[in-house]
Each structure stands twice: as structure tokens, then as C-alpha cells.
Design a protein around this ligand. Sequence first.
Ligand code: MSP
Length: 512
Amino acid sequence: MNKNFYITTPIYYPSAKPHMGHAYSSIVADFFARIKRIQGFNVFYLTGTDEHGQKIQRSAEKLGKDPLLFCDEISKTFRDLSDILNLSNTDFIRTTEKRHAKSVSNLWNILENKGEIYLSKYSGWYSVSDEAFYNEEEIEEKAGNKLSKVSGSPVEWVEEESYFFKLSKWQEPLLKFYSVNPKFILPETRKNEVISFVKSGLKDLSVSRKSFSWGIKVPSNKDHVIYVWLDALTNYISALNYPNENDKLFKQFWPADLHLIGKDILRFHAIYWPAFLLAADIKPPKRVYGHGWILSGEEKMSKSKGNILEPLEIIENYGLDPLRYYLIKEVSFGNDGNISKEKLESCINSDLANNYGNLCQRVISFCEKNTNLLVPQKDKFNEDDIKVLDKFLSNYDQLITFIDNQNINSYINFIVDQLFAANKYFNDQEPWKKKNDISRLNTILYVSLELIRKITIMLYPIIPETSLKVLKIFGINENEITFKSIKNNDFLKANTKIYKLEILFKKIINND
Ligand code: MSP
């Protein structure tokens, strides 16, 4: 079995500092990286910054800064964000690095040598903010401004000499590729949008610009810089040491298992990227998943609406794990979701403080009073015990399917159900009334500890910091966590020490 897993986030434009949308993509990617690792996969998790193009050049110019110095500063805030979000990324790539320029130039040369690129002239609409070309039908006029119907961003008219990639030639091969790989684009609704866009006809794509200089030069014609999306998409193979296709990393991890992106950049990843790769005789990635947007109330967060919830501020006030938990649980993955302080607080109180935190606290303090903080010696499990413990075994294959189909919500709903079941088990079994049946009392405690262990392992990819604290009480370290151990009902060894647990989540009491 192939035990390698390559996951990527989009590489972020360092034109402004990181916001909730960036945090969301990275946290969800981290969920997959961590879950695959505890399933025993070698994981390569890549993130980084997309630093070329007109948008960055203009942002730097506005501040009177050299573009590279400008990128150095903001790219660092994205790199720092990896620590702040507790991301387990393997690498962080910047498109201004040499390794990347080499990879992009090589890909360009292959495409040019194969006759997939030709020189002509572009005249049409361009959105600097999306770094995208739009057809006449995709443009509308509002209050005298020309805007893209697709993204709502302003567009400007561009007329210049440009190299073109023969995208039209790849229309049929792409459609065939989608039909042979029905799960290449997820979720399903997004896949249908892409397929109808491709069916409606693909025009050749302008892949170089001449009117500005901030980018990787076309190797055979230094007057042109390579289109920023051809440049940016290539990051996914640059990080694996492409163009050396015999490199260990490239052989081990390409094609990528999952490009996780926002729905607004699906066209680039699901159409252009596989077309470039097919044209260069490189395998396309296995899956592109387009997630929804994080909204504030019902609106997309934006500076002009003043409704931005800063990830850093949320983390400072509520902690990181609550934010990670909220984004993974409360947003229906694939759709838009929203975040507000009220919703976050209620999620912390009900799920984290009450359901999970209390369970851990109650069981451990019961052990403190009754078993001298040692794992008790269990007797034979009765029907109630087996029923609650075996849920993990009987649903195991289903859980793996959820993970492999990026069905995060079903995965976490299962955890929440088991949390309710574990709390109910502890209440119903009333161990406090079993003081004269020590053997039963011990068994109830043992089952409760096992439930905490299993649930905590499942929570680890979502709230890693808290989960590690809880697993520490059993002496389990991060590198010892295995997902398959949730099937085991007697993992904990009698008489081993249980360490005390600090309060995991404080309940938020609002007086207003
Ligand atoms: N640089 C390109 C990606 C190149 S990948 C080869 C880019 N960068 S971006 O910084 O503008 O956006 C990065 C990601 O953040 C995109 O996936 C986008 O969908 C996501 N988000 C931006 N705002 C968002 C929300 N409000 N909510 C969720 N994600 C959104 O595009």
C-alpha cells in the first residue's frame, strides 16, 4: 500500500497580512496532515507565499518599497502564522526562492519545446486583484466601473504582446480526465461547475505579461515575465525538487494527494494546472478540494465592511484550539460558514468546556479519590461497557472513508456523539454508588478512561495542543499516537500512573 500523503494549501499573496480565510485553509490542511500521520502515512504538508505579479508589485510601489523587501516582511508574518496556528507543515515555499525559479523555467521550456506555447497578442480584460483574465461575457458594468462577474473585482483593459498556452487543445483531454477520475474535483457541486465551464469552450490562455517586471522572466525572451498563476501553481512541484523527477521527494510524493483551496481559485487548480501538467507529461494531482468562504454574519469578511475577525485577536482572547475546533466543526466543509464571537463562545462552552473538559475532569478526579491515580484493574466488560467501547471498532472503516473523502463534518459529528455517549455512560453507571463493589467500580473507571483516550486521539488532529495534554496523563507522547488504537478496548495497562490534569477549557460567562 502507498503510505505517502502530500497535502498543500494555496500559497498566499503577501499583499496584506494573514486573515481568517488563510487561517481556515491552513488549519483544515493541518487536520489532514495530522490525521494521516497518525494513520501511519509519511506526510508532506506544504504551505507558503505567492510573491510575484502585478498585484504585489503595485502593493509594494504604493508603499515605496522594493518588491522583494516588501515580500520578505509580509511573507514572514505568514511563516510566523504557521507557529501561531500550530501547523505541522513540512516546508514553507516562497516563489521568490531560487529552487522555485528553476522549476518554473524548466516547466516553461518543456511547454515551449513541445509547441504548447506560442507568441501572439492579448487584448482583453484583466483583474489585478485576482491576477486573472476574463472574457467579455464575464464582465459587467456597475456605477461606471467594469467588474468581473465571477469575483466582483475591478478589471482593466490590457493590450500587449503575450505568450499563449494552447489551453483549447486540452479541452477534450481534460473532460476525459475528469470522467476517468470522478473524485478529482470535490465537492461534487463544484466539480459540475468546472465541467460545464470546460464544456462551454476553452480559449488559449495568456501566460506572459510584458507591461511590468516583477516575476520570473520567460527564459527565451527576457521582455516577458511568466504569468503569475503558471508561476504560482508550479510551487507544488518545486517543493519536491522538480525538475529533478528522480529526486526522492518527487518520487515519493508526486502526484499530490490533496490540493486544498478556496472555491474562488478552483478554475486555476482544476483546469489550468492539470492542463499544464498533462501538456508537460507530468501526472496531475489526485484531488483538488474547493472549500467555501468564512463569512462574518452573512457577509464575506472584508476591510471595507469592517467585519473582519482577526485570527490573531481571536487566538489571544480565546486560545488557538477553540478556534481550530470551531472552524472545523461549525463550518460545513465545502460550503460557506460564518464565525462570530457569540457562536464561538457558545461552542467553547457546550462542546469543549462541558462535553469534553468536564468528562476528563470528572473521571480523573474520581481516579484521584478512588484508585490513587493508577489505571484500575478491570474485570470482565459487561454489555453496557462493550456497547459504548465498540462504537469505535464498528465504525472504524466508515471513519476512514470520511477522512478519505474529506467528510470532516461526519468525522467530528461522530466524536461529538461519542462524547455524549461517554458522559451518559459515566452518569448512568453511577460509579459513586459502587463503593462496595470495587471490581465494578474499577471496570467503570477503566472504560471511562479508555473512552477518554479514544476520543482524545480522534480530537488530536483538530485540537492538538489540548489532546496532547490529555494523552500525557496516560504517558502517551505525540509520536506514539496511532489512529488504529481507537479500535483497542484494553490499551491502558492496569496500575500504570495517571497524571493529574489541569482545567482544559474555561467556561465563558458573559454578564452583558
Ligand atoms: N495566491 C493565490 C493562490 C495561489 S495557489 C497556487 C491566492 N492567494 S490569496 O491569498 O488571495 O488566497 C488564498 C486562499 O485564501 C484562497 O484559497 C482563498 O479562497 C482563501 N480565502 C480568502 N478569503 C477567504 C475567506 N474569507 N474565507 C475562506 N477562504 C478565503 O489566491
